[in-house]
Design a protein around this ligand. Sequence first.
Ligand code: NAP
Length: 246
Amino acid sequence: MRQSKVAVVTGASRGIGAAVARRLARDGADVIVNYTANEVAAARVVEDIRGMGRRATAVRADVSSVEEIKVLFERAAAAFERVDVLVNNAAVFEACALQDVSRAAFSNIFDLNARSVLFASEEAARLMGNSGRIINISSDLSCMAMPGTSLYAGAKAAIEAFTRVHAAELGPRGITVNAIAPGIIDTDALRTQMTDERIQGVASMTPLGRVGTPEDVADVVAFIASDDSRWITGQVLHVNGGVLMR
Ligand code: NAP
């Protein structure tokens, strides 16, 4: 990545988003570190990035709100004037079987996991010049049939569709749009859903014999954010250690 890129990473205080923010900074980007609740964790990411000699600003914004997405990009423009890379990472996992689905559960998941991607992409594209990278963090679950995941998988499938359509719409401006679909990655979100025993079970399903780390995903995001990925757009890359897909 050349020295002067500006990246906005949603949900960058913890987990995959924090690893992405740090990795993009290591590659020379200035970073807007978005978070919604954990100010201390966001401040730690900002401090690490500044320690690398790059600029960083933490911006609290709940990206499930279209109004707060606007504020996030107003703050990004005020801090760094433009955006070169958007990583739509913030999302929530909530298991919900069909008989338990409520309108509130639908909104909780779709407003954050899908709607935020659309409106953040719109805002970012406005601040991008004649080149840019939009990277949407999806999930292996978008193409699996795991009971209880219809809302989460459906929202992730929606952002994979956004990825293809936005790639077609923004390609003429030199903006690429890709999705990265991680498998099981060891983050706070995973630890609240799975016991150690289940995590080990999934690890044994991968040819590489382990679950992923946030850095495994961040390194692929860095490649897609770089100039080296210039001929890749509208794609969904599965970053899952080769775990068998059902
Ligand atoms: P995580 O550990 O739960 O971290 C979530 C991050 O998103 C935190 O920084 C959190 O901020 C932020 N966030 C949550 N709600 C937000 C909101 N409304 N507005 C802005 N930020 C918000 O999650 P993760 O496991 O790293 O997952 C990151 C992405 O990878 C998600 O898109 C997820 O669907 C995807 N993914 C994860 C896995 C996995 O196994 N972990 C697998 C496949 C896909 P606070 O710190 O302020 O709460």
